[in-house]
Design a protein around this ligand. Structure first.
Ligand SMILES: Cc1ncc(COP(=O)(O)O)c(C=O)c1O
Length: 373
């Protein structure tokens, strides 16, 4: 695909970030989270860079994401982070993916599937909900569920027990500590019942960096491996990271607009002075939030920040270039660096009322990914 607008991925930055996170994790295992097409960076590119930098395994959200990695020849352990539809368990088992379980129904279905495939030792990690209230069994049910998994030996094997933190990026550690207390109590109960939990894990990127207590045997790092701080407040703490994604385009059209004229649908933005307007061929169908103009987002052209004006349209957006001599084909950077200026995914997120995660995950497949070396 040949387009002026392109997502450029630097696998060297991903490798650097994984190495930095390994240092932060102080020796425990590191799983690289490559769900959602590697947070928009390309799952296989991200996985290969992470493995080269020493990641011990990968995490995905869906069976099909795990299958994509296997089809690319990736053989390291791949954990699917939540229970999956029963119809997909055949694929999960056949591709040697690690399952996550938190219900009796799922454990039984997985064991039946492993038996049908004549597989022994299908690895399962038990997920305990310690307060986020998304998925996971109640702490009080963990021992019974672990027993159910063990009872289905040799088809099933309990390889780990984990939880997920809801507020690890918060400067107030109270909720994280409460979740970790509940998790440790559940682990103690398991051990008292004679259950070996296998690999214990809890930390996401923020937990890895900010909460040594959450590191246990293994951490699961997503956003930070892409060089994006988990929250704006963690920017300083994550200054060792390098953003791996640049979103670039080129000016496709330039015109001078008279004072009093408006721009884009609804003509909601009006120019007070005669202004040079550059059009950039990227829009909300590519994942640029439609409201970016009214919310005050900028792009870089000629090494300077310039405001997006008017609503972003499906395929194009307009930029106020004042009186500057901007030309067709001039480079536009929407996320990344140009000369001394930089716009980060977190900045886009903050300006448009969301987070860097949503900005990079939302970059649509219509944008070609170019891997740089
Ligand atoms: C269960 C689980 N673990 C780890 C992660 C990685 O989180 P982060 O990207 O904040 O590092 C996620 C991401 O959403 C997740 O759902």
């Amino acid at each position: 695909m040949n387009r002026a607008s392109v997502v450029e991925i630097d696998p060297g930055a991903i490798a650097h970030n994984v190495a930095w996170l390994k240092e932060q994790a102080e020796g425990v295992r590191v799983l690289a989270v490559v769900k959602a097409d590697g947070y928009g960076h390309g799952a296989v590119t991200a996985a290969e860079a992470a493995i080269a930098a020493g990641a011990d395994g990968l995490c995905v959200a869906l069976v099909q994401e795990g299958v994509e990695l296997r089809r690319a020849g990736i053989e390291v352990p791949v954990l699917v982070l939540s229970e999956q539809p029963v119809e997909q368990l055949g694929q999960l088992v056949a591709h040697g993916l690690i399952a996550t379980a938190y219900s009796a129904r799922f454990v039984d279905a997985l064991a039946d599937e492993a038996r049908r495939h004549d597989v022994s030792g299908q690895e399962v990690h038990l997920k305990i909900d310690t307060g986020m209230n998304r998925v996971g069994c109640r702490p009080g049910d963990a021992t019974e569920l672990a027993g159910r998994i063990l009872a289905r030996s040799p088809h099933l094997m309990l390889g780990g027990v984990f939880t997920h933190l809801a507020t690890a990026d918060d400067s107030d550690p109270t909720e994280t500590e409460r979740q970790l207390d509940r998790f440790e109590n559940a682990l103690a109960q398991l051990r008292r019942a004679g259950v070996d939990p296998g690999l214990v894990h809890a930390a996401n990127s923020a937990g890895t960096v900010c909460h040594p207590r959450a590191r246990f045997d293994m951490v699961r790092v997503g956003i930070a491996m892409y060089g994006i701080a988990p929250s704006v407040s963690m920017t300083e703490r994550c200054s060792g990271l390098r953003p791996a994604l640049t979103l670039r385009s080129k000016v496709s059209y330039v015109k001078r607009v008279a004072a009093g004229e408006g721009v884009s649908y609804g003509l909601r933005h009006r120019f007070e002075h005669p202004t040079t307007v550059a059009t950039v061929p990227i829009g909300y169908a590519d994942g640029i939030p439609r409201r970016s103009g009214s919310d005050g987002s900028s792009v870089l052209i000629g090494g300077r920040r310039r405001p997006i004006v008017g609503v972003v349209t499906m395929d194009q957006l307009m930029v106020d270039c004042g009186d500057d001599a901007v030309r067709v084909d001039d480079e536009v950077v929407l996320i990344g660096r140009q000369a001394d200026a930089e716009i980060t995914a977190n900045e886009w997120g903050a300006v448009t009322g969301t987070i860097g995660y949503e900005i990079v995950c939302g970059l649509s497949p219509r944008l070609p990914r170019r891997v740089i070396s």
